[in-house]
Design a protein around this ligand. Structure first.
Ligand code: NAI
Length: 301
């Protein structure tokens, strides 16, 4: 079955280049009306140009699609509200939000200025919060929504010199797990994409041979499916790159039950450390620790 987005409206942040552009073009080619958000600017988030978003709008229109530009920064609360308003004023509603905008300010933690930490958290984490929050009530009212957040291997596994970026990207997962619960009864599905793609962000940090295989267009089908009516998952992390798609889960080891009716000592913990850390029999971590412990102790959840 062909997956289409007729009568759907999508806001893609940072859609002027790289991954966001490929998401916008794919969704538009399948009938979605698109708000192409991008203030322009360099990879570190400085400067700006309307031409960046305008160009993608022109590309979409040239291919027979429908799109409008927005030049606000996701890191600006009022700007985020304006993006959502642009969708509703222009197209009457908003069904899909792809939080894709991003910047980098790489440095080792020892050398990093706190301003660089603040700036990266502001664009990735707070930007995603501001935009999603601006759309949230509308999605609740219409009882439908698809939200994608962009996480990263830097957040899920770590990357040298990216403590600010990695922290912001890991925060997407926490945001997702909580909004997943609040959105469920309104048919709002929220998932994370963890991409690897050749864009200006990865230029120079990966070998040419690898970059040739990493088309952003190889990420777009996964993101588009997460945004489709047919998407039947929420609270998931999908990894994508070079045509390889997979699911990422937090796991919990079987662990060790030590003293339950008496306070354990540090030495009790140390003696069981290998068993606590042993991955054998580990399973997806889907419940809060509190729920898990109650179950283990036989206390009604
Ligand atoms: P890119 O630099 O080509 O695109 C990012 C876009 O976001 C740019 O067009 C930029 O103008 C826009 N942007 C920056 N600050 C903004 C703001 N405050 N408001 C609105 N738009 C803003 O980079 P790429 O690779 O396409 O990145 C897209 C997303 O994917 C980012 O969130 C990035 O962190 C993430 N990502 C990319 C990976 C890769 O391998 N390329 C790996 C993991 C995550």
């Amino acid at each position: 079955m062909t997956i289409r987005f007729d009568n759907r409206v999508a806001l893609v942040t940072g859609a002027g280049a790289g991954l966001g552009r490929s998401y916008a073009l794919l969704l538009a080619s399948r009938g979605a009306r698109i708000v192409v958000n991008d203030p322009g600017g360099s990879t570190d988030g400085k400067g700006g140009s309307n031409a960046v978003a305008d160009k993608v709008v022109e590309e979409i229109k040239a291919a027979g699609g429908t799109a409008v530009a927005n030049y606000d920064s996701v890191a600006d609360r009022e700007g985020a509200a304006r993006m959502v308003k642009t969708a509703i004023d222009t197209f009457g509603k908003l069904d899909v939000v792809i939080n894709n905008a991003g910047i980098l300010r790489d440095k080792t933690f020892a050398k990093m200025e706190l301003d660089d930490f603040d700036a990266v958290i502001k664009v990735h984490l707070l930007g995603s919060v501001y935009v999603t929050k601006a759309a949230w009530q509308h999605m609740i009212d219409q009882k439908y929504g698809r939200v994608v957040l962009t996480t990263s291997g830097s957040g899920l596994a770590g990357n040298y010199g990216q403590s600010n970026y990695g922290a912001a990207k890991a925060a997407m997962v926490g945001l997702m797990h909580n909004l997943m619960m609040e959105g469920a009864k309104h048919d709002i599905k929220i998932n994370c994409i963890s991409p690897v793609a050749a864009t200006r962000m990865t230029q120079g940090v990966m070998p040419e041979e690898l970059l040739k295989r990493l088309a952003p267009e190889q990420i777009a089908p996964a993101v588009a499916w997460l945004c489709a009516e047919q998407c039947d998952v929420t609270g998931e992390i999908v990894a994508a790159g070079a045509g390889w798609y997979s699911r990422i889960k937090l796991v919990k080891t079987k662990g060790a039950v030590l003293n339950v009716d008496k306070i354990n000592t540090i030495e009790d913990f140390a003696a069981a450390k290998d068993q606590i850390f042993d991955m054998t029999g580990s399973a997806p971590y889907a419940k809060t620790l509190d729920e898990d412990v109650r179950k283990r102790l036989g206390i009604a959840v």
